[in-house]
Design a protein around this ligand. Structure first.
Ligand code: PDD
Length: 295
């Protein structure tokens, strides 16, 4: 039996076996994608940068005209309950808040509707040093998503299709391009290294303000690595010395081929090596019961 089969999920205040956890057919998250989510890694069972994730959840909810249905301590208690099922292990917690279910299917937001909240955890596969050292392949694709990608909404069909195309082309991630500007991956933020400068596109409605991205910027600042938040054009991406993608599940991953051509010398670069060491040290501090920066 897989470990996940025995785990309990959280649904609206109850902990239930995962295969019995459900929301109604008329849930607006299902019918309209009217819902937001977070994915929070927990290293050694301890949630990573949880305040940042909950702050972003608040911003996503406010942007879709919802209030957070749970107080911070209730979220914290839920994360403790879920992660205690995989004691001391590296895992991720997925949470979703939907606008709720309403018996009549219509787009107008009902005046009276109660959010559905659910969450579950799963093991995070151990990152093998060999895989990290190998890096990944990426392709570039036109960004066909909406103009509020700063909201962590569950309406991810454009991301799913871009990722499918990447897979078809033998790549692990698609880097999305809008009006000649490189924005982010289908499920990750983007960094390039150009002449020793670390660059990530600035915050905007066109990309998700990633929690991992913010940590990388903090680590760069504290580690004396020159960095900038600046627009990146396709030509700059093509000529970058290094390309990285970052996310809560991918950490800081080097892209070693772009559209079938090597990035730099075709293996993870020197700055990636430095940043990865800083990032791993941060995780380790958390595992040992300390803090990673301000969280
Ligand atoms: N996705 N951009 C997009 C479009 C994402 O979906 C994600 C993360 C990120 C990175 O954000 P963070 O560092 O906060 O994880 C950027 C999660 C992991 C997912 O959907 O599974």
């Amino acid at each position: 039996m897989a470990v996940t089969d025995t785990l309990l999920a959280y649904v609206n205040g109850d902990y239930v076996p995962r295969d019995q956890a459900c929301v109604p057919l008329t849930d607006r998250g299902l019918l309209f994608g009217d819902s937001v989510y977070e994915v929070i890694p927990a290293y050694g069972g301890r949630p990573f940068r949880v305040t940042h994730h909950l702050d972003r959840l608040d911003r996503s909810l406010a942007a879709i005209r919802m209030h957070n249905p749970l107080a911070r301590d209730a979220w914290g208690a839920m994360f403790d309950h879920l992660t205690a099922q995989l004691p001391g292990q590296d895992q991720s917690v997925y949470l979703q808040v939907t606008r709720g279910d309403y018996p009549v299917r219509r787009q107008a937001i009902p005046a009276q509707v109660k959010p559905n909240v659910f969450a579950f955890n799963a093991l995070l596969p151990q990152r093998s040093p060999a895989v990290a050292e190998r890096g990944i392949a990426a392709i570039t694709l036109d960004d066909i998503r909406w103009h509020r990608c700063d909201i962590k909404a569950t309406t991810l069909l454009a991301n799913v299709l871009a990722r499918a195309q990447a897979t078809e082309e033998g790549a692990d991630e698609a880097i999305l391009v809008r009006d000649g500007q490189v924005l982010e991956g289908t499920a990750s933020n983007l960094f390039i290294v150009s002449n020793g400068l670390l660059i990530t596109p600035p915050d905007s409605p066109e990309l998700l303000p990633g929690v991992t991205r913010d940590l990388v910027l903090e680590l760069a600042r504290d580690g004396g690595i020159p960095y900038a938040q600046a627009a990146i054009g396709v030509a700059e991406l093509d000529s970058a010395d290094e390309i990285w993608v970052t996310s809560s599940t991918r950490e800081v991953t080097a892209v070693v081929t772009l559209n079938g051509r090597p990035v730099g010398n075709g293996s993870p670069g020197e700055l990636w090596r430095r940043m990865d060491a800083l990032f791993q040290a941060c995780k380790e501090r958390l595992r040992l019961g300390g803090d990673c920066h301000d969280d």
